[in-house]
Structures are given as C-alpha cells and as structure tokens.
Design a protein around this ligand. Sequence first.
Ligand SMILES: Cc1ncc(COP(=O)(O)O)c(C=O)c1O
Length: 396
Amino acid sequence: MTISVKVMSCIERSSWIRKMFEEGALLRKIHGDDKVFDFTLGNPSMEPPAAFHEELRRLAENPLPGMHRYMNNAGYEETRAAVAEVLCAHSPLPVTAAQVVMTCGAGGALNVVLKTILNPGEEVIILTPYFVEYKFYVDNHCGVTREVWTDKETFQLDVAAIEEAIGPNTRAVIINSPNNPTGVIYPRESLVALGAMIARKEKELERTLYVISDEPYARLAFDGQEVPGIFGCVKNSVIVTSHSKDLGLPGERIGYLAANPAMNNVGQFIEGAIFCNRVLGFVNAPALMQRLVTRLQGASVDIGQYQKKRDFLYEHLSALGFEMVKPGGGFYLFPRSPLADDVAFVRLAQKHNILLVPGAGFGAPGYFRIAYCIDDDIIRRSLPSWEKVAGEAGLL
Ligand SMILES: Cc1ncc(COP(=O)(O)O)c(C=O)c1O
C-alpha cells in the first residue's frame, strides 16, 4: 500500500456520489449522452449571470497594477466590505470587513473555521441527513463528529435532540439551510430556539459553543421566501458560504466566512481564521474572483429556473407515488425510497439510466437524493423512465 490506511478507508466510505457519477459516464458511453439521466452531482447547469461576464471583461480590459500578487490572507478590504454590507441587512449589529475572511469556497471556509476552533477530540454535531464532506472536514482538524437526526417527517431541526447530544466536549453544531440533500429551509423560530438552547448550554458547560451556518444555497430560496439571518438568532455563530451555487461558479473556488459581530472574542476568532487560511495552504481566496464578486454581491443566477425544475419534478414524481418533503430552496429532492433498501432502489433506477445517490451516502438509508440542477430537457425526457422505475418499485 502506498497511501495511508486512513485515506484508503475514507475513499471507500465516501465514494457514493463519485461512484454513481463514474458509472454514469460509463452508461453514457454505452447508450449515448441523451439516453442517460444523471441526477447525481450538485454541479449547477446554469451559467453565471451576464453581469459576471461583463465584470470579467472590464477587469481584463482594465488591469490594475499588482492585481495578481499575494495579498492580506483575509482577502481584499474592498471585497470584504462589499460582503459585509450585504450581511448587515440580516444582522442586528453592523457587520464590517473586519469580520469577513474571503476563502476558497464554502469547503475552504468550513476547514478554516474548524481548524480555528477545534482542540483535538472535541465534538462537532452534524445533522442527518448531512453533506458527506462534513465528516472528513471535522476529521481533518482532529475533531469527532456526532450525528443527530433532524425530524424524520419534515427534516426540520430537532432542537431537543441536539441539546441531548451536547456534552462537555462539544465545540460546534453545523447547520445547513437551504439543505443539501433535503432542500428544507429552517424558519426563524427554529433558529431562535436553537440559539436560546445553545446559550443555556454554554452557561451550564461554561464554554463557547459555535453554530456554523453553512449557507451556499442561501440565495436559492423559492416562493418569495428569505432564508433567515443566523446572526440575529445565535450569538456565537459564523456563516460559511460561497458563490458556487448563487453565481454558478463552483470551479472558481470563491467564498467567505463571516463571524457574528456579537461573538465572544470575535477579533481573536478572525485572527485565528486568517492564520488558518494561510497555513492550510489556501493562502488567500483567488485574487481575480475576489475582484469579480465585489460588484456582484446583489446578483444571482435566475432562481425562478430552479423553482420551475423543483415544481416540475415534485409534481410528476408525487403523481407517480414518490413521497417527499417539498423543498423550500436549493436544488435537491430527497424522497423516501420505495424499496426498504435504498441502494437496491438506486440500482433499479440505474437499470433505466436514471442516476441517483442513495440516502446512505448522507447517513440516511431509506431515502435517495435527486440533484435537479440539470437541463430542463433532460428532466423532461427522464419522465418515461421514472414511470418504469415507479412501476417496478411497486408504486403504480
Ligand atoms: C451543503 C454544502 N456545503 C458546502 C459545499 C461546498 O461548496 P463550495 O463549492 O463552496 O466549496 C457544498 C457543495 O455542494 C454543499 O452542498
């Protein structure tokens, strides 16, 4: 063996999404691109908004001296100020550039935050079903994950269950709304209840407990909803997010973390985060992308398009007998598997060239995930295959 036993075992445990994607590539080779319906990856099909290309052109035609050099590890002041201005609208205390660090996506921000706050062996609560990378990110920084189920009917926060899991070793809870894989949005009342419970436990345990709010889908909220700001609900909270989904830029690795100005020792936290951004080898978020998103803080892809895809699939799949929570945002559906074994169901769907990820990949066997950030045409053409799958799974 030439790589570590640990990495080898991580690869084996984490392979669901990649595995399905690779099998899909094989199916495409055999049947042709137009015959395979790949719902596995959260890779947005929508191109960035026109404003992105205009900004890109403007920057290319008007290069600034030194614009590709190293910078402060926190990122450009101007970019952080633009981010802070947007965050102010959802924060009781004003947010400034001093509370913002630009990062290599939300994934980079999560790693920076976890490295900043975790002592070896401290626990991070993650909520099932969860984004699978959380486990690896926590482990990267010598933490231990504790899984707590959300409500199994609604996938909403179960604050009492989170409270029960908090102990003397807990350091943080990661929440994600709109959620991957369920698409649910946590309403303000739940976040307020979470904040009140956390504050009570902090007093009882005499330690700071962070809520890390992972929000890359925050602007992808449907039916005129707004995702409630975490800063007004939880004192020791930090936002980690990116423009991977809202501007359709996952390959560009641009995101940020922002600390609640009300947080205990917020200056020290940010100092730690800037240091960790550096020593994790990110050094700083990509320079050109920082310049680009500075003027795009109010922009996003056409969210109406995602809402239309949600409505179309939710209606058609419900009519075929699939049961699922109607998502409030993001671009995922997480229906109950009609077969008790979700992996067997995913295999059945694969026989009809529909590629899905089993719930087991999110710590939630008995469900499956559909990523519907793909072309309308593929979604529409997949319907006859869905009907066959529903029939064979005993739904019709
Ligand atoms: C819940 C969640 N958090 C974080 C990320 C990472 O996003 P980024 O591309 O910004 O690193 C993703 C990406 O799919 C996600 O779904």
